[in-house]
Ligand binder design. Structure first.
Ligand code: HMH
Length: 220
């Protein structure tokens, strides 16, 4: 019979948590058109800092990939690194458009917590299977959250459509699906303790993403 992939099974098993991360009041308010623009600007400036950390994280995933005997995933991951170069420029442009000064932004508590988590992947003891699965779910939360904002029936304000397209596009979805295939294949060949660690990291990402949206929605 057809078996659900490991990652698909986790999305089911932790469905409530997954929904909390991908249908958060913050992103749902973008889709509803009720978003508070000061909250959006806070998200924008905090996410710029996140993405800068994310570059280092993906570099560590790439390094683990290259240490594998069979590093056929290298091109997909390298594409991820390359697209972040464009993404950082996009943030700078977008910030200028909204009158946000990126130079004076400091990371808020939930962002710092996320940075700490991302930095832990630099440890060589953390396996490629765990790292690439973490990479996949981080990207997927944004893909699903922003994809929802451009699905049928949305009232997303036109000035926010570019942001939603960035992560909600069909192209970004395909990229996430490639990462998911890589994650599932790595998990199939991984020892049980690595699979367990990957599932824990999956849950941790969902928690951190909820924290990130909360931080963006409310002044704290
Ligand atoms: C907090 N999670 C956060 N920011 C992002 N830019 C992504 C995921 C996806 O790139």
């Amino acid at each position: 019979g057809v078996e659900a992939s490991t990652t698909a099974a986790w999305m089911e098993r932790h469905g409530q948590m997954y929904d909390r991360a991908t249908r958060h009041p913050f992103t749902v308010s973008i889709r509803d058109g009720t978003i508070d623009l000061s909250a959006f600007k806070r998200w924008l400036s905090q996410d710029y800092l996140f993405v800068r950390e994310f570059v280092t994280f993906i570099a560590s995933v790439l390094l683990k990939c290259c240490k594998q005997e069979d590093s056929m995933d290298m091109e997909i991951i390298l594409g991820g690194v390359a697209s972040l170069s464009d993404e950082l420029s996009w943030f700078k442009n977008e910030a200028a458009r909204w009158g946000v000064d990126l130079a004076s932004v400091s990371p808020l508590k939930s962002n710092i917590e996320y940075h700490r988590f991302l930095r832990s992947f630099a440890e060589p003891e953390i396996s490629y299977a765990v790292a690439v699965t973490t990479f996949w779910i981080i990207e997927t939360v944004y893909q699903d959250s922003f994809g929802f904002c451009i699905e049928e029936g949305n009232k997303t304000p036109p000035e926010l459509l570019g942001t939603c397209q960035r992560w909600g596009s069909a192209e970004f979805k395909q990229y996430c699906q490639s990462l998911q295939r890589i994650a599932d294949r790595s998990l199939e060949n991984a020892p049980a303790d690595a699979v367990k660690s990957a599932e824990e990291a999956f849950i941790r990402v969902l928690e951190l993403e909820v924290g990130f949206w909360e931080m963006s929605s409310s002044q704290s």
